[in-house]
Design a protein. Structure first.
Length: 75
């Protein structure tokens, strides 16, 4: 039963593989079971489509360092 609900909340075309937080929100407004958060996170981490097409939110480069200028025309 829980697998069907997880599939509906995450894999259904109207759900759109929304990720952990959106899927958890979609479920908590309708149903509840005891280890639901853990089950949702495990289900999404095993989702082949999500793992294949997820994007990286980590910054690619560190910010540039500021150059301290102590006097005019100083480089």
């Amino acid at each position: 039963m829980q697998d069907k609900v997880l599939e509906w909340a995450h894999d259904h075309p109207t759900a759109g593989h929304g990720g952990q937080q959106k899927t958890l929100f979609r479920l908590t407004t309708r149903v509840y079971w005891e280890p639901m958060k853990k089950d949702v996170f495990n289900y999404i981490s095993a989702c082949q489509a999500c793992q294949q097409f997820k994007y990286n939110n980590a910054p690619t480069a560190s910010p540039m360092q500021l150059h301290a200028v102590n006097e005019p025309w100083h480089t």
